[in-house]
Ligand binder design. Structure first.
Ligand code: NAD
Ligand code: UD1
Length: 339
């Protein structure tokens, strides 16, 4: 069975490549390296012990993408290829809509022309908007997104829903990720943000290795257990394994399914900082700062559908998440080297 990982050189794609290969899939990657480096793919090859065909292309380029499908005879696609920085998406929204929608539309067209009918899509818990009730269940209506990035996910979900209605042989699994953190336990692959990290864990990791002096905690007056925001953090290796299960499901079923990938447990920012300090034995200096616009106080998944439908549930602990993040950051304080 051959899987194409579109955007597979990135953070979640590389971890998924390792788990897909371990499950017996032949892995093919297509990426334009806009937010990743070729070294990441070489590290995946070292972990899985074989060459991975890797195509340098824009997934929105129909001609080049068609050539990959003709050559590789792809059975199932996982679509990671998108821009994902929430703040940046408010500054250059058109680029976000252009890239994230175009990659999806091109993939759908090429898959139809080439007879590939199985697609897994990287969606986000951000499509729930401001939660009316917790935990978040897939049957809840998608909400009002806080950013153009979020709207691209919302729109792509709708495009895929419509495509599945019109093409009964198409199979799509929308995976709504909660907050992926952590790294492969080898410490050789992990998250490599460009510039100042936007997300909590990469920021904490850079403070831990002395790259940044202190963390700003955005808001300590939320109506939560300790005043800081609560999120459902999930280890990226668990998340990657969820894709393996989703691909197996898509091989057997037509139509569309929407599935949360989270743990079902919420931790506050302060709890995450304290856990990181305790588990790794490093201080994380912090200060409280004003709330960040667009943040919701609490967000965590009802993770039961993934268990029932895919036989998947998160296995790794908060300790694993903290330890593996620190190992990756300590072994690669500057991230991946340039090519
Ligand atoms: P990432 O930026 O590390 O990986 C995305 C990859 O796609 C990068 O390697 C990038 O170079 C590539 N890419 C982007 N546009 C492309 C294009 N037009 N053609 C070819 N390649 C292209 O991000 P990630 O954290 O691995 O996330 C993967 C997917 O999951 C994204 O779609 C993201 O929006 C979604 N997601 C991520 C998170 C998260 O917290 N990381 C949460 C929810 C959803
Ligand atoms: C963010 C995005 C979400 C996206 C997800 C994965 C926003 C509003 N949401 O989720 O759309 O799907 O990333 O990429 O950006 N925090 C700090 N200090 C920091 C960084 C973060 O206190 O330096 C806090 C935030 O206020 C939040 C929590 O840590 O309460 C988690 O933040 P983050 O890691 O950015 O994830 P989300 O905001 O949940």
């Amino acid at each position: 069975m051959k899987v194409l990982l579109a955007g597979g050189a990135g953070y979640i794609g590389t971890h998924t490549a390792v788990e897909m290969a371990a499950a017996g899939y032949d892995v093919v990657i297509a990426d334009n390296f806009y937010n990743s480096k070729p070294e990441a793919v070489r590290r995946v090859e070292a972990l899985v012990g074989k060459k991975i065909p890797c195509y340098l292309l824009d997934v929105a380029n129909k001609k080049q993408l068609s050539e990959v499908f003709e050559k590789e005879k792809i059975d199932v696609v996982v679509h990671f290829a998108g821009l994902k920085a929430v703040g940046e998406s408010t500054r250059i929204p058109v680029a976000y809509y252009r890239n994230n929608l175009d990659t999806t539309l091109t993939l759908l067209e090429v898959m139809q022309e080439q007879g590939c009918r199985r697609l897994i899509f990287s969606s986000s818990a951000t499509v729930y908007g401001e939660p009316e009730k917790l935990p978040l269940v897939e049957t809840m209506k998608p909400g009002f997104c806080a950013s153009p990035y979020g709207w691209t996910k919302w729109m792509i979900e709708q495009i895929l829903r419509d495509a599945c209605k019109a093409e009964p042989d198409l199979s799509v699994v929308l995976l709504r990720y909660f907050n992926p953190i952590g790294a492969h336990e080898s410490g050789t692959i992990g998250e490599d943000p460009q510039g100042i990290p936007n997300n909590l864990f990469p920021y904490i990791a850079q403070v831990a290795v002395g790259k940044r002096p202190k963390l700003s905690i955005f808001g300590n007056d939320y109506p939560t257990k300790d005043g800081t925001c609560v999120r459902d953090y999930i280890h990226v290796v668990d998340l990657a394994k969820g894709h393996v299960k989703a691909a197996a499901y898509a091989m057997e079923h037509d139509g569309l399914e929407t599935i949360n990938l989270g743990t079902g447990v919420g931790y506050s920012v302060l709890e995450m900082v304290q856990a990181f300090e305790r588990i790794n034995g490093v201080p994380i200096p912090f200060e409280f700062a004003p709330r960040r616009p667009g943040d919701v106080p609490e967000c965590y998944a009802d993770a039961s559908k993934a268990k029932e439908l895919l036989g998947w549930e998160a296995e790794k602990t908060l300790e694993d998440m903290c330890r593996d993040t620190y190992r990756w950051q300590s072994m690669n304080p500057q991230g991946y080297p340039e090519s």
